[in-house]
Write a protein that binds this ligand. Structure first.
Ligand SMILES: C[S@@+](CC[C@H](N)C(=O)[O-])C[C@H]1O[C@@H](n2cnc3c(N)ncnc32)[C@H](O)[C@@H]1O
Length: 150
């Protein structure tokens, strides 16, 4: 899949598909080696947006990678709003990456999401990050925030 869509990716700092494969296998190895213990300790939990069982402000940082915005055709604006509100409820800051939908075009939900959270008093930032992506970050008066990548 990555090979077929190779032009849709930024090949820096990871320079090849082989390197992607190696890094993913390495990450998977670390995850599997930690999984049994992490599950016992409650560090791995199965949850599903737009509703999470965690308490208000339980985390410093909530990350969402390659889910929100990526499936903009399948998941509507309301789902995005509810999910980001929920991430900001459980965490002081939320970061979402990338801001692209499948096919590597900008998600159509981003402008409405930014307007909504700014109007609601959250600080929102779009930040360019490694691998050609960008991030939005923000905090409201409670220190809660939203953070998205493009
Ligand atoms: C393209 S994968 C990305 C996996 C990983 N986060 C990454 O960046 O490599 C999309 C992920 O979204 C998860 N997902 C699907 N529906 C979800 C939901 N309602 N809430 C949270 N995650 C969901 C899937 O289980 C899958 O792991």
């Amino acid at each position: 899949m990555t090979r077929k869509n190779i032009h849709q990716f930024v090949w820096e700092p990871i320079s090849s598909i082989d390197e992607v494969g190696r890094l993913r296998m390495e990450a998977m190895g670390k995850f599997l080696a930690d999984y049994d213990r992490g599950k016992e300790e409650g560090r791995y939990r199965s949850e599903s947006l737009p509703s999470l069982s965690f308490s208000d402000g339980q985390f410093h940082l909530a990350l969402c990678s390659h889910f929100l915005f990526l499936y903009s055709d399948q998941l509507d604006l309301e789902f995005h709003m509810e999910s980001i509100r929920e991430m900001c409820r459980v965490s002081k800051e939320a970061r979402i990456s990338p801001l692209l939908q499948l096919g590597a075009s900008p998600s159509p939900h981003v402008p409405a999401v930014v307007d909504y959270f700014e109007d609601a008093g959250y600080g929102v930032d779009i930040v360019r990050v490694l691998a050609g992506a960008g991030v939005v970050q923000g905090r409201n008066e409670r220190g809660n925030g939203a953070h998205r990548e493009r």
